[in-house]
Write a protein that binds this ligand. Sequence first.
Ligand code: 87F
Length: 700
Amino acid sequence: MTDLASTTAALAGLGLPHAVHAHAAADSFRAWADTVAAARPAGVAAVAPTKTLVLAPKRGTPALVVALDSTEFSIGALGKALGLKDARAASDDAVRALLRVDKLDATPFALANVADKSAVTVVVDRNVIEFNGHLAFRAFGADKSLLVEASHFKAFLDAQLGSFEPKDFAALLAGGAAPAPAPAAKAKKEASDEKEVLIGLTVKKNEDFPTWYSQVLLRTEMLEYYDISGCYIIRPWAYNIWKRIQQFFGPEIEELGVEDCYFPMFIPEKNLTKEKDHIEGFSPEVAWVTRAGQSDLAEPIAVRPTSETVMYPYYASWIRSHRDLPLRLNQWCNVVRWEFKHPQPFLRTREFLWQEGHTAFATKEEADVEVRQILELYRRVYEEVLAVPVVPGRKSEKEKFAGGLYTTTVEGFIPTTGRAIQGATSHCLGQNFSKMFKILMENDEGKRVNIWQNSWGLTTRTIGVMVMVHGDDKGLVLPPRVASIQAIVIPVGITAKTTEAERNALYAKAEEIVATLKKTGVRAKSDNRDNYSPGYKYNHWELRGVPLRLEVGPKDVAKNETRSVRRDNGVAAQLSLATLAEEVPALLQRIQDDMYAKAKAERDSRVVRLESWDKFVETLNNKCLVLAPWCEEVSCEEDVKERSANSAQGDEPVDDKAPSMGAKTLCIPFEQPAGGVKKGAKCFACDRKAVSYTLWGRSY
Ligand code: 87F
C-alpha cells in the first residue's frame, strides 16, 4: 500500500530526498494544482504539479502516464500515439486492481505495489524528468503532497523498473496524432478524465450501478479490496453497521433462551461428508488445509462453510434425555465458501461474517415455533434496523436447503437492477441430521428417539443490501439506527472578518450542541477541522451518509437556532437550540420511518400480480418481481427458469450476471393475497392446479 509512511520509507530506503508538503485542502484536481504551484515550502525554488493517468487499452497492457499538469493532451490522441488500441481512462476498479490505490491517489509511487512490473507500461513525459525543480504529486488526500526533485524521481523509476527512458510527448503527439478536439469539448473531456472531482462520486446510481456501488464502498471507507479475489477488508464505517445489527439481534435471541458459544473453524474430512444431502452440491466450494509449513497433513482439514458438521457430533454426546432439551446455541463467526461466480463485496464473498444458530428440540412443534420466531427477528433486522422491506415466506422444494425439512426466508429487492436477494434463512432441519449424527434422547417412556433440529443464519450481506437500497447519487444514505454518527454539527459562516473570539465562540457552540445531543443518546459529532471549508465538509458527510447535518452559524446562534438538513431527502429546517434534546431524536426517528416507507413504496410498486404466463418475461424485463398462482412442482419451476431465460435472448446460453437470466421462485409469502388462490385456479405456468401465490424474480 502506498500510504504516506510506506512511500516515504521506500524513498528513504533508496536514499532519495523528498518532502511532504502540507497545504490547504483542495477539493478538485485544478484547485490542488493551483495550490501546490502557489504555496511553495521554504527552501524549494520551483514546484511543478504533475498528473498521473492510467490508460486502459481495449486489449493488452495498461499504461501509467505521468506528465506535467501544464502539458496538454487528450487521452485518445496519446493512446493512439502510444499504439494503445481504443485507450480510455481506466475505471476506478481497474486502477485499484493494478496499483492498489484509489484512482484519486494514483501516482507513480504506487508502482511499488505492482509485483509484476510487466503488467504495466510506464510512460513519462521528458518534460517531467527534465524539470529543473521539485515535482509535486497528489498522493495522500486533498491536503498533502509529495515533493520530489525531478532527478530523484528518475532514480526512483530506475530502481523500480530496471532502467527507464522518458518519452517526448510533444513529438509523439505531433507525429500522426488525431486532430485536436474543439477547445470546449476538449476541456470538458479532460475534466472528466482527470481527477476533477476529488470528493464524491463520478457516476450516477442509475447509469452505472456496479461502478456506483464500488465507488460508494471505497470512498466512504466502508470497504477495501484485498489481494485475494472475493475477499475484502471491512473497514470501521461498515463494521459499525454489523455491530449495530449484533446489538439488536443478540439480546433478542438471548431473550428466547439462545446462548452464544464458539466452535473451531476446522472440520475433519469424515465429519464433513457424513450427511450426504447436506454436502452434495456444495462440495466444490469447500476450502481445504492440506499442509503445515513444508509437510503435508496426514488428513486434509476443511475450513467451515457452515457448522452443522462441526457442532452436531457434540450435540450427540451432550444430549441424553429430553431434560437436556431444548439446546439452543448461536455463534458469531466467519465462514469460507470458495465460490467461482463473480464476487461482489458483501453480497457474494469467499469469506463472510455471520451468526449461525443451531438448536435442538424434543418435538417438531417446538422447532416449528422457533423457525418463525427467528424469521420474524430477521424481518425486523431488515425492516426496523436497516429500513429495508423484505418478504417473509417459505422456500420452494427446489430452493430450500437440501439437508433440511423446510426453509423459511426473508427476501429483499434491489430496485436499480430489479433483482431480488435472499436476506436470511431459518431452516427446520427435521430429523435428517439427528439420524446421521445419531442425536438421540430418551423420551418419557424410556425409549431412545431422534431429536428435532433447526439452523438459521444472517450474514454481512445485510450491509450490501442496505447500501444498494438506500444509496443515491451523492453516496451512502444511512438509516439512523445503524449510523455511527447520526448528527454531524458543522460551524459555518466564518469569513475573513470573523474575529478569533467569534470563531472560538462558534466552535464552542458546536461542542455544546454535541454534548446536549450525546446526553439524550444521539450519536453526534462536530466537524471543527479548520483547514476545510463548510462545503467540503457537507460533501464529506453526505458521501458517508450521515442522516442529519446541523449547521451552526453566527446568525443561527444569535437566534438560538441551528439549521438542520436531512440526508435522506435534503429537507432543511430551523431547530431551536432550546428543544434540541427532544427535536433531534424525533427527527431521526422520522428519517428512519421515512426511509423505510420510501423503500417499501418502491418495492411494492415493483411487485406485479399476474394470473397467467403472457406478461411474465416482460414484467421481469421491466425490473419487477411477479406474484403468481403456482402449482409448487419442481419440474414447473425448472421449466419457468428455462423459458424466462430463453425468451429474452433466443437460444443463447446465459450466465447469471446477464439481465436475461432465468427467474426463480423467491418464496411462497406467508402473507398471501386476500382470499388466496381461487378455487379451481390454474398454475400461471402450466396446466396443473395452483396451490399458492408465489413470488418470482431474477435474483442475486
Ligand atoms: C457451502 C459449502 C458447504 C450453504 C455451503 O443457511 C456446505 C454448505 O451447507 C451449506 N453453503 N450451506 C447451507 C447452510 C445451511 C444453514 N447453516 C446454518 C444456513 C444457516 C446457518
